[in-house]
Unconditional design. Structure first.
Length: 317
């Protein structure tokens, strides 16, 4: 049977990537459910998908991506708008799964797809609620160590001395990656609290980068942190500049001396703007760094760290 499957895929090489894209879109639909329900403490299995009014959705309303565009992004009975995030997450998951399938052997690809799904759920929940649940981070960290031992291909075990089994070597690398990643961010948090009198990263970020290290090794964790910092600066500088511009514009529109009881006619910040003025979710940026590492930069990054190790420390023996 396996030989028949191999011959079929060899004759039609486009079948496997197409299946990956379709399955990725379906899993993206499930990730939307997780993103919406996990912060509420609801089951991700029951009840089945339904509209805001409680009406169960028909099967053709649940077709990933296509249903949203067919319905015009609205409920077919009430006309209620559905966020574009739903098809976006489905398309994002399908695209990420396709890229992973192209870059890894099949078994390792399945593991990295699971890892990517965790990252997507954690990033969107952090964006919405400024929290990353343990069901993503702690479970992911534990799964990363276990899966590394079952599928050593996800870890570059060639960098460790070949004195133990590949499974044990990969498991050790996963543990080291989790400890280095979370430990690095722990000290960043402590120093920021000492110097700035407030932590610049949350506990969820510590656990998330530990999860990244468990799947990607310490190299992936270190790269994800610096990549996340760079992307965060590039994104937040214009966002903060635009916020300051709106604030000044609102101050110019506000009356100099409003009478008692008169409504303030200045620009009112949205809840997200007020929240982001105090905190910025770091999880989405860590996810971008981790996905960049997984989807194509892991070989270059690992080679860079290998060369740096030789330059600064030289051969151990």
């Amino acid at each position: 049977m396996i030989e028949i499957w191999k011959q079929g895929f060899a004759a039609f090489p486009w079948v496997a990537p197409l299946m990956v894209i379709l399955v990725g879109a379906c899993i993206g639909s499930f990730l939307n459910v997780c993103i919406y329900r996990i912060p509420k403490g609801e089951s991700v299995v029951y009840p089945p998908s339904h509209s805001a009014s409680g009406r169960a959705l028909s099967w053709w309303e649940n077709v990933p991506v296509l249903s949203w565009f067919y319905l015009g992004g609205r409920d077919r009975e009430t006309g209620e708008r559905f966020s574009f995030r739903y098809p976006f997450v489905e398309m994002l998951t399908a695209g990420v799964f396709f890229c992973i399938w192209q870059g890894y052997v099949p078994v390792a690809a399945l593991v990295m797809m699971y890892f990517a799904a965790l990252l997507i759920v954690g990033a969107f929940i952090d964006y919405d609620h400024m929290v990353i649940p343990d069901s993503v981070t702690v479970v992911g960290m534990t799964a990363g160590v276990a899966l590394s031992m079952l599928v050593p291909e996800i870890q570059d075990i060639a960098i460790s001395p070949d004195v133990v089994s590949p499974q044990l070597s990969a498991g050790c690398l996963a543990v080291v990656g989790a400890l280095v990643g979370s430990g690095m961010l722990f000290w960043v948090r402590e120093l920021s609290e000492l110097l700035l009198k407030r932590p610049c990263v949350g506990e969820g970020d510590l656990k998330l980068i530990g999860c990244i290290g468990a799947f990607c090794g310490w190299q992936g964790a270190v790269f994800s942190f610096f990549a996340a910092s760079a992307v965060g600066i590039m994104v937040m500088v214009p966002v903060m500049g635009y916020g300051a511009f709106r604030k000044r514009a609102g101050a110019r529109k506000r009356p100099a001396a409003p009478s008692p009881g008169e409504a303030d006619c200045g620009v009112t910040e949205s809840p997200r703007e007020s929240l982001w003025a105090k905190e910025v979710p770091f999880g989405p940026f860590l996810t971008i760094g981790a996905l960049a590492y997984v989807l194509g930069l892991h070989q270059a990054v690992d080679r860079f760290f290998g060369l740096a190790d030789q330059v600064f420390f030289g051969p151990l023996f």
